[in-house]
Design a binder for this molecule. Structure first.
Ligand code: KG4
Ligand code: ZN
Length: 345
């Protein structure tokens, strides 16, 4: 049997400095994620300049730690994958430069990985998911229904017309002053809240397409907050629960549309549905999507929580999938802060 390929993955598109070693036989030998939450918390959001400097300061340590935890040295690495976009340009430049420099010094292939493809393929590290499959990618910057017909052949069936859901969770947390990043904190407060207490809009519900919108939900939540005492813990719990419930309803209702559109395109009802991206870490959303998938005869796959939010393991894995199909990058690859998934390098 051929020796498995060993990939070093590098991720630096937002506020996590991450390095990971993954093998082509799906072993995650290490996945170091150095969060920058402490740096950004005073500003209640990610500050691009601070993120770029932090990636510069932490990346070498992240890579050394990933190698150490895997019990390997740089000489054992077969390929290097680094996020080449989309993301905050400063961070993407840092990761790209590390990736290219290591590739040049070690004389090993370099793969510029599209961050969205990293999220899209992450679930395939844990399960044997066959093409074609349908993905709902929900993160701090994106919300897209993606039809994946084969590797690299992706079609966006619908996407957000305004905010991404993670961004909306983060803004709610900011309005309530409960900390950063918002998603996990809103989820925590919602545990003690009444999800039916405040009726918030299920945006674009009447439309039969697959587009999404979260800005109306965010504005409606702001109007409720303005009329209430945002320091009252029960109010915080109730608005968090109502918001999470409504955001989930929006995603459920649009998933039904996307499922029927996808079934029509591929001409069959049974297929895999992948939920991915940082917001897929939300336990209510995971549970509700299970219900939608069961009702629509498709099988739901969601990566383990730590592989939903940004991590370099998914970048290493996407690099492996690309390399196996002979997609590698030149060292003149230019970081792409706006890199649509449907476009090749
Ligand atoms: O995928 P990700 O780590 O970074 C991007 O590519 O954007 O996603 C981060 C987003 C943040 O907006 C964060 O608040 C949200 O995912 N998030 C959550 C949860 N965990 C992270 N949203 C809702 N519930 C969660 N448990
Ligand atoms: Zn991400």
């Amino acid at each position: 049997m051929a020796k498995p390929i060993i990939a070093l993955g590098i991720e630096s598109s937002c506020d996590d400095t991450s390095a990971s070693i993954v093998t082509s036989d799906k072993k995650i030998l290490s996945n170091i994620v150095l969060s920058q939450v402490a740096e950004h918390a005073p500003y209640k959001g990610v500050v691009p300049e601070i993120a770029a400097r932090a990636h510069m300061n932490y990346m070498e340590h992240a890579i050394q730690s990933a190698l150490h935890e895997a019990g390997l040295t740089l000489n054992d690495i077969d390929i290097i994958g680094a996020t080449g976009g989309p993301g905050l340009i400063g961070g993407v430049i840092v990761g790209t430069m590390f990736g290219k420099s290591l590739s040049y010094a070690l004389n090993k292939p370099y793969i510029a990985v599209n961050h969205l493809e990293g999220h899209l393929l992450a679930a395939r590290m844990f399960n044997d998911i066959q093409y074609p499959f349908l993905t709902l990618l929900v993160s701090g910057g994106h919300a897209q229904f993606i039809a994946a017909f084969e590797h690299g052949k992706y079609q966006i069936l619908g996407q957000t017309l305004d905010d991404a859901p993670g961004e909306a969770f983060d803004k709610l947390a900011k309005m309530l002053d409960i900390g950063f990043p918002g998603g996990p904190l809103v989820e925590k407060h919602a545990l003690k809240g009444d999800a039916t207490k405040y009726e918030l809009p299920i945006t674009l519900r009447a439309r039969k397409d697959c587009d999404l919108s979260f800005s109306g939900l965010k504005t409606a939540a702001r109007l409720v907050i303005e009329k209430n005492d945002k320091h009252n813990p029960q109010f915080i719990a109730d608005i968090c629960a109502s918001f999470q419930h409504t955001a989930t309803e929006i995603l459920q209702s649009k998933s039904k549309n996307a499922m029927s559109a996808f079934a029509d395109i591929i001409g069959k009802q049974e297929y895999s549905f992948v939920l991915s991206g940082g917001v897929a870490a939300n336990k209510i959303l995971r549970a509700k999507m299970e219900d939608v998938c069961t009702a629509n005869q498709c099988q739901l796959f969601v990566p383990p929580i730590q592989y939903c939010t940004d991590n370099a393991a998914m970048i290493a894995w996407a690099a492996i999938e690309n390399y196996q199909l002979e997609f590698t990058s030149n060292l003149n690859f230019c970081p792409r802060p706006n890199w649509p998934l449907s476009e090749p390098q």
